[in-house]
Write a protein that binds this ligand. Structure first.
Ligand code: GLN
Length: 487
């Protein structure tokens, strides 16, 4: 039995039949992390001492019925983890230790999971490749000269490299879906308000969502089961009855109706990517479903809307990092304003500064009507576009990105072409709907993937669809960094 290849379900069965202990599992994952981490650089903070202590606690309590008993999990470094360093990928929080834990972290612990450490990400989740981390870029485990996607790149790369069995990331405009697809994993971006944001360091509050990155859709269902639900600390979470994502994975999808928006311009993509998308269409049809082209006139406006409203919200959320309340502080200022300015200049990165400036501009009294308010109106039109499609179709099929993982450094100094990578992912956040990302296959040796977006709270259908497509596709190839270590 190769411990590292077990799914969550298989691991739980092994625990319950007494074949294995959390300490043994953690030892396997630690050995794998020691081997791969120098090349992958997925973590900003590792806490093996804490993890092993936790494993012993679980063993002592012996409750193997816990839904994530002894499952090693990594957390994107934008979530508060009590007593553990929490940097958000920024130098301004380099020495910041969280004073409480995010609700998702609390829920994972209550479910029996073992938190292994905090994963690398773009600074305050603002980016697409993890290159905007103030520390170091994470690499793609399939080809370490390439980006893993972002902003949850550390989280996706460490799942692919078998350093953890699952990760938790945040998705404001694609940040779990893009890295999952680029690293051969699955991500479920949740409906806005399904999972608590309490203790998530905010990027853009009306877009931010929380979701798992795993190797399979079934694993994602297990993790989502543990983290979804109302939280009294987050008034935007919904009061709905809990759903069973795991039990519905094999539901009958033989009449599922999928739409593909013509405005997604799939025929303009490189041919090898069209082949990947075509393969997914084929899988849907093999299940018995239908795929139909539809018109969504406002879809093309989503990226522009995103890059007006998100910087506006970013500029507001970043205001608290002023050198007084949290984190680092520049010394040498002679008055308060200077102190703010010197601190933010010294400890925030270029991309964050860019967004603060754009956001402040679109909110300024001379321009708020022309940009921010206009974008909010178009956001509403995009929402209506989607609602209309979902009256007739169960889900929308879209690419994740217009290209395969590119070389580290290739777009680093070209923010606009970086933003364009987000063209397919941001819509789900503009609208607030869920989307599941899954890899289709390797292109030039690196993973590529697609996503299905569904109506509000359709996570059960989306995960079942991804799960059943996986059965058609077969097991996804393991990354170079893992194969190399095995030989
Ligand atoms: N790449 C997108 C951006 O830079 C999405 C980031 C995210 O989802 N956190 O804004």
């Amino acid at each position: 039995m190769n411990i590292l290849e077990l799914s969550i379900r298989e691991l739980l069965l092994a625990y319950r039949s007494g074949n294995i202990t959390p300490t043994q599992v953690l030892e396997a994952y630690k050995a794998q992390t020691d081997k791969t981490e120098p090349a992958v650089k997925a973590f900003l903070t590792l806490d093996w001492d804490g993890a092993f202590e936790r494993a012993r606690e679980l063993e002592a309590a012996g409750d193997t019925t816990l839904p994530l008993y002894g499952v090693p999990i990594g957390i994107k470094d934008v979530f508060m983890t009590k007593g553990m360093r929490t940097t958000a990928g920024s130098k301004i929080l380099e020495h910041y230790t969280a004073t409480y834990s995010a609700t998702v972290v609390e829920k994972l612990i209550a479910a029996g999971a073992i938190i292994v450490g905090k994963q690398n990400c773009d600074e305050f989740a603002q980016g697409t490749t993890t290159e905007y981390s103030a520390y170091y870029p994470t690499t793609n485990p399939y080809d370490t000269t390439r980006v893993p996607g972002g902003s949850s790149g550390g989280s996706a790369a460490s799942v692919a490299a078998r350093q953890v069995l699952a990760s938790i990331g945040s998705d404001t405009g694609g940040s779990i879906r893009l890295p999952a697809a680029y690293c051969g994993g699955v991500a479920i971006k949740t409906t806005y308000g399904l999972v608590s944001r309490y203790g998530l360091i905010a990027m853009a509050s009306s877009f931010d969502t929380v979701g798992p990155i795993t190797r399979t859709a079934a694993d994602a269902a297990h993790v989502l089961q543990a983290i979804a639900g109302h939280d009294k600390h987050d008034s935007t979470t919904h009061q709905r009855e809990a759903e069973n994502y795991v039990a519905s994975l094999d539901q009958d999808l033989s009449t599922i109706k999928i739409a593909v928006p013509r405005q997604a311009n799939i025929t303009a993509l490189p041919e090898q990517l069209q082949i990947q998308i075509q393969a997914t269409r084929q899988h849907v049809e093999n299940i018995g479903g239908s795929v139909t082209e539809v018109d969504m006139p406002y879809l093309e406006k989503a990226l522009a809307v995103y890059y007006v409203i998100v910087p506006a919200e970013v500029s507001s959320n970043m205001a608290k990092f002023d050198g007084i309340r949290f984190g680092e502080r520049a010394n040498g200022a002679t008055n308060l304003l200077e102190r703010y300015m010197q601190t933010r200049d010294a400890f925030l990165g270029d991309e964050v500064k860019r967004r603060i400036m754009i956001g402040t501009y679109v909110l300024s009294s001379g321009y708020i009507d022309a940009y921010y308010k206009q974008a909010q109106k178009v956001r509403r039109l995009i929402v209506e576009d989607f609602k209309k499609v979902f009256t007739q179709y169960d889900a929308l099929l879209m690419p994740i990105a217009p290209s395969i993982p590119f070389k580290i450094g290739e777009k680093f100094n070209d923010p606009l072409s970086m933003y364009l990578i987000d063209i397919y992912t941001v819509t789900a956040n503009v609208v607030g709907i869920p989307a599941v990302a899954l890899p289709t296959g390797l292109v030039d040796g690196v993973p590529y993937g697609v996503q299905f977006m569904g109506s509000y709270f359709s996570e059960r259908t989306l995960l079942a669809l991804a799960h059943q497509i996986e059965q058609q596709r077969g097991a996804f190839p393991t990354p170079a960094v893992v194969k190399y270590q095995k030989s």
